[in-house]
Design a protein around this ligand. Structure first.
Ligand SMILES: Nc1ccn([C@@H]2O[C@H](COP(=O)(O)OP(=O)(O)OP(=O)(O)O)[C@@H](O)[C@H]2O)c(=O)n1
Ligand SMILES: C[C@](O)(CO)[C@H](O)COP(=O)(O)O
Length: 229
């Protein structure tokens, strides 16, 4: 089944501590965002990519898209001050596919296999998100004091992509806006309107490049994949 993907890329990367949007930093000589876009460019099931950007980066991004022959980005939309607003800026475009994925520009290592599992699941149940089992022991704290140990068997660490029937995600965003609710992912918005969201097991290497050491992990993932072919 074909899908459209919304890629929020309008952040500033404060936790990365670089002097520019972290998506423009290079991994193995190529901007992070291009690594992410290439996954969807190569996936035949992806019909088009809607990119939320910062206006001041429009020119630079347009020339990168041209240079790396990314043809599926049909529109660069102006993002917002929060990730949720950036996603929303793309979500009400005309002629969206029945199924829409949201994927962070900052997660360049997503596997096509995971994308297809999500599409398949969302087609059946309406909403499916990528996640992995938690590996660490989890504790709830107050200040620096442990209050309890959380049962990790029932915990997953949620990633993107997150796949939804488009009308469902549009409704979830409209309700969130009316309630002035701000979430850290799309699933939260869908959960709060009472729709069940399925989790599809993804990969530990689908990391989000967030803090400086993630760039080292990212280089290692690319080296490993190059060796593996
Ligand atoms: N106002 C925002 C904030 C974030 N994003 C995007 O959402 C994704 C995930 O966000 P995050 O990793 O938090 O990126 P930043 O907001 O850039 O990082 P930070 O919170 O450290 O500033 C990134 O692709 C980022 O570009 C966005 O489109 N618009
Ligand atoms: C959407 C997300 O990637 C799921 O793990 C994550 O919540 C985004 O985090 P952010 O740092 O709040 O943008």
């Amino acid at each position: 089944m074909q899908y459209d993907v919304i890629i929020p890329a309008a952040g500033s990367g404060k936790r990365m501590g670089a002097d520019r949007n972290k998506l423009l930093l290079e991994l193995s000589g190529k901007p992070v965002l291009i690594h992410t876009l290439e996954v969807f460019e190569k996936d035949d099931a992806c019909r088009r990519i809607l990119l939320a950007i910062k206006e001041e980066e429009r020119q630079e991004l347009e020339s990168l898209l041209h240079h790396y022959a990314i043809t599926k980005v049909t529109k660069l939309l102006t993002g917002g001050s929060e990730r949720q607003y950036s996603v929303k800026s793309c979500l009400f475009e005309s002629d969206l596919s029945e199924l829409v994925l949201v994927h962070d520009g900052a997660r360049p290592f997503i596997h096509t296999e995971t994308i297809h599992k999500l599409v398949q699941q969302a087609r059946v149940s309406g909403a499916a998100v990528a996640g992995v089992k938690v590996k660490d022991t989890l504790k709830r704290v107050e200040g620096s004091t442990i209050v309890e140990t959380v049962d990790r068997e029932s915990m997953v660490a949620i990633q993107t992509p997150q796949a939804f029937q488009t009308k469902l995600l549009q409704k979830a965003h409209e309700v969130a806006a009316a309630d002035h609710f701000l979430g850290t992912d799309e699933s939260m918005l869908v959960e709060r309107i009472g729709t069940a969201v399925s989790v599809v097991e993804a990969s530990y290497d689908n990391i989000k490049l967030t803090t400086p050491e993630d760039l080292l992990f990212g280089e290692a993932i690319l080296r490993y994949r190059a060796q593996e072919g």
